[in-house]
Design a binder for this molecule. Structure first.
Ligand SMILES: NC(=O)c1ccc[n+]([C@@H]2O[C@H](COP(=O)([O-])OP(=O)(O)OC[C@H]3O[C@@H](n4cnc5c(N)ncnc54)[C@H](O)[C@@H]3O)[C@@H](O)[C@H]2O)c1
Length: 451
């Protein structure tokens, strides 16, 4: 067996091994990456790739010429050699030509959700390492297919879940490990982000947010595809930003697992009201659309080790952004909404303390090390870390820090929550994607990478 083949094959089961420090032979290595989907998110990730010396962006693919050109222009402006461009002809399968480009080490997938599973599967079959934007697939079967392809091919796969790298989220992880909260009992998180101005616009590429009430073919960027999911589906549609950190804190797939799930959905009012108010009446076709997605979808998970986790998806009503984290154990709790913490024996009795002092004390070593590099990167720096982790793992041919089991477990919450709601808010058993491996896998995550 070639060295590379051996490492790739073992990567499928090597999720139980410790992430190594980048070995000397990999440190000088450059990786050749492609990107499928150079839309609004793709461009943020592309910026991170282009400012690295250890990455050559050799291929870009997008079926929307304006987005593709933006990506190509970014590469030119960064003074890099021109990547090969695919998709100008509008061929939705142009990415297949990208995947067959010689010498490609990996690909970033930043396309609409429905494309993630087929593109990732074909990339893994082509032995091209995958960094996939959230989510991993649409249906439960998609998640099994992505998982089985990864296990069969051994091609590395990472879900690019950036919130796991947020500074306060990582500091809270250090606190969990230091036992500050005692034994964990209950956690909360979610995706609480007013997306009304993202789900609708005028279709003008210069005004992607809130410029009108068009969606679908007449919309631009996410309004072109994401809104349709609010029309057709009712469930926890965007789980990983909330569940990723909670799963890391509780060691899901590494000594713990989700056993049960149920979801409740409220009535759907926000998107309709928004289109009526924005268009000034009920004559625009968007105001006649019936949205299935409940304005607030509340999902509860039970864990093997006795914790409960509550997630809320809240994207159609006016509200400031908050992921609503709460980490609570036998000794105290942290809530991110007002950045407050209470630790018994350390905080004044029955009083909140500001989180900042704790964040400084428990700042994660990765943040201390790379704070300067992360400055200016998307989402307060966390986009630097998620790209960094992917690139370093590809370079070192090491297991991915957020791996295939994490990806499918976190992302499969969506079809399971849809099923629960459709079956009258039924409590369902959560599938064990690890087939029992969760019992022996070590509690090691992204955050332990020494990179
Ligand atoms: N992690 C985060 O913080 C974060 C933030 C925003 C978006 N996202 C995710 O990133 C992904 C992309 O979102 P976005 O905001 O960039 O949307 P977008 O609509 O701006 O970009 C998607 C791009 O994919 C292209 N595309 C569609 N089908 C294609 C195909 N078959 N082949 C090639 N290109 C194709 C579109 O033309 C578009 O340019 C989504 O999965 C979204 O959930 C993640």
């Amino acid at each position: 067996m070639q060295r590379r083949e051996f490492i790739l094959a073992s990567a499928a089961v090597a999720a139980t091994t410790l992430l190594p420090q980048t070995p000397a032979w990999a440190r000088e290595r450059k990786v050749r990456l492609g990107m499928i989907g150079t839309g609004m998110r793709g461009q943020v990730l592309l910026k991170e790739l282009l400012r690295r010396d250890d990455v050559e962006v050799v291929a870009l693919c997008d079926i929307e010429p304006i987005m593709l050109k933006r990506g190509m222009d970014m590469a030119a402006k960064a003074g890099k050699s021109a990547p090969k461009a695919y998709g100008q002809d509008g061929d939705v399968h142009a990415y297949r030509r990208l995947l067959s480009q010689r010498g490609l080490d990996g690909v970033i997938i930043a396309t609409p959700w429905e494309w993630h599973a087929p593109m990732a599967i074909e990339a893994m079959q082509a032995k091209v390492a995958v960094g996939c934007e959230v989510v991993a697939g649409i249906t439960l079967q998609d998640h099994w297919d992505v998982l089985n392809t990864q296990l069969r091919t051994g091609t590395p796969y990472m879900l690019l879940e950036n919130v796991c790298y947020r500074r306060d989220v990582m500091a809270a992880l250090q606190m969990v490990r230091a036992g500050l909260f005692g034994e964990l009992v209950h956690l909360q998180g979610g995706y609480q982000h007013d997306l009304r101005a993202v789900k609708f616009n005028s279709g003008d590429s210069a005004q992607p947010y809130g410029s009108g009430v068009e969606f679908g073919a007449k919309g631009w960027s996410e309004a072109r595809w994401r809104t349709e999911h609010s029309v057709e589906r009712n469930g926890e549609l965007y789980p990983s930003h909330g569940i990723g950190p909670c799963a890391m804190y509780t060691g899901i797939n590494r000594g713990n697992r989700f056993t049960h799930i149920n979801s409740f959905a409220s009535k759907a009012r926000g998107l309709h009201e928004y289109t009526v108010a924005k268009s000034g009446g009920t004559s625009h076709p968007s105001t006649q659309v019936k949205f299935r997605l409940g304005d607030i979808v509340t999902t509860t998970l039970a864990c093997e080790n006795g914790e409960t986790i509550l997630l809320q998806h809240d994207t159609s009503l006016p509200r400031p952004y908050s992921l609503g984290f709460r980490v609570q154990g036998t000794h105290g709790l942290w809530m991110d909404l007002n950045q407050s913490i209470h630790i018994e024996g350390r905080s004044p009795p029955h009083k909140w303390e500001p989180f900042q002092g704790y964040q400084d004390e428990f700042d994660h070593p990765l943040w201390k090390k790379y704070e300067k590099d992360a400055a200016g990167a998307g989402h307060g720096g966390m986009d630097y870390f998620v790209i960094h982790a992917f690139v370093e793992a590809v370079k070192a041919e090491a297991p991915m820090p957020i791996d295939i089991f994490d990806a499918v477990t976190w992302s499969a919450l969506t079809p399971l929550s849809e099923q629960s709601i459709a079956e009258g808010f039924k409590t369902l058993e959560f599938p064990d994607f690890t087939k029992g491996l969760w019992q022996s896998r070590k509690p090691i995550f992204a955050f332990d990478a020494k990179y």
